[in-house]
Design a protein around this ligand. Structure first.
Ligand SMILES: *Cc1c(COP(=O)(O)O)cnc(C)c1O
Length: 384
């Protein structure tokens, strides 16, 4: 059996090798390292793929979130609601901008932000909601947009994990994840579903005025050379990363399909298992089917409900099966983000998930032998 890896990017590289190597050589020959033609071309190609008016490339997904918040003109003391169960980047940039992060609980089956908890957290000071489309599927955007409209809030989608996923609204309208709220952000970190060979990120919006503001902010607040109208940052996607992304973007739907296929096989293997709860897909099909495109499985995350998650992790270590525990500590209990406003009773779901979740190897190169080995090892241990 081929050695199992959590993320295996070599197969993808082999399939685009010629194009990538040629593009990188051209960039080196022409010294167009920054703001070269590949960056502009990628921007347009991604706009077309997503069906969004503006893509603003930047240096990474964390910057993308920060710049989005800067562009919306949020001010110190403004409250921004986001999920307790996510990667720290989301809450980090809120705090860095001296906005007030307000963490709320998530749903037990999708792991996405809980709408009732968001509603309870809204105050006079609330200015924005940041749903994180965790593990590859959208949060309940219909409900979030409804709340946002009612309370006059911005919606900033952290789409670092769900690029390529679709969201079908109640009215039947189908949109790409990250293009539904006022502004969306993504990351092109190598292990993300659309990853480059270093760091990269982008911001999406359909708002012309906001796009103009954001393009200045990424470039030191310059709208005219050496005229600095607002405080900006330096956040660029470099030409080499753009060239890699240009080679990969036409294959993104294929990558997503390969991930879904692996998820479908995992799901089938765990069917009927009492203590192994499979990830729930909620939008579009209500379950995994061959045509569903609502979940792109950045992670395939199970819940182990009989207290054996930690033992399973150790068993995987011994058997050289990689896994991830995303996330082991809720953000509201991270030292940097402690706040008297939080009450443990407000986080029953996150506090349970951290002991139950385990993410299995997930990438575009998994074969049946590997999947069978992983699922058999897991089932035997959990029921043993
Ligand atoms: C990866 C990730 C980010 C940050 O992206 P970087 O490119 O690493 O800065 C932000 N939010 C979520 C949910 C992520 O998974």
């Amino acid at each position: 059996m081929k050695k199992i890896q959590m993320v295996d990017l070599n197969g993808q590289y082999q399939a685009i090798k010629e194009q990538v190597n040629t593009s990188l050589a051209t960039i080196m020959e022409t010294s167009a390292f920054i703001n070269g033609p590949d960056v502009k071309a990628f921007q347009q190609e991604l706009e077309n793929y997503l069906g969004v008016k503006h893509v603003i490339p930047c240096a990474n997904g964390t910057d993308a979130l920060q710049i989005a918040m800067m562009g919306l003109g949020l001010e110190p003391g403004d409250e921004v609601i986001t999920a307790d169960f996510t990667f720290a980047a989301t809450v980090e940039v809120i705090a860095l901008l001296q906005l007030t992060p307000v963490l709320v609980d998530v749903e037990p089956d999708t792991f996405n932000i809980d709408i009732a908890a968001v509603e309870r957290a809204i105050t006079q000071k609330t200015k924005a909601i940041v749903p994180v489309h965790l593990f590859g599927q959208c949060a309940n955007m219909d409900a979030i947009l409804e709340l946002a409209e009612k309370h006059n809030l911005y919606v900033i989608e952290d789409n670092a994990q769900a690029i390529g996923a679709n969201y079908t609204s109640k009215n039947g309208k189908k949109q790409k994840a990250g293009t539904i709220g006022h502004v969306g952000s993504t990351s092109f970190f190598p292990s993300k579903n659309l990853g480059c060979y270093g760091d990269g990120g982008a911001i999406f919006t359909n708002d012309d005025e906001l796009a103009y503001t954001l393009r200045g902010i990424v470039n030191h607040g310059m709208y005219k050379r050496y005229h600095h109208d607002v405080i900006g940052v330096n956040s660029r996607l470099d030409s080499m990363q753009a060239a890699v992304l240009r080679a990969k973007l036409p294959k993104l739907d294929g990558y997503c399909a390969a991930r879904r296929e692996a998820a479908r096989k995992y799901n089938k293997a765990f069917e009927g298992q009492e203590h192994i709860i499979r990830p729930k897909t909620v939008n579009g099909c209500g379950g995994i089917c061959d045509t569903c495109d609502c979940h792109v499985f950045h992670q395939y995350t199970l819940k182990i409900t009989n207290g054996k998650r930690d033992g399973l992790a150790e068993h995987f270590n011994q058997n050289e099966i990689p896994y991830g525990v995303y996330y082991p500590i809720p953000l509201h209990r991270q030292k940097a983000y402690l706040d008297d406003r939080y009450d443990e009773a407000d986080f029953p779901v996150t506090n349970q998930l951290i002991h139950q979740v385990i993410s299995l190897p997930m990438h575009t190169e998994l074969d049946d032998e590997q999947i069978n080995h992983i699922t058999a090892t897991l089932i035997e241990y959990v029921n043993g």
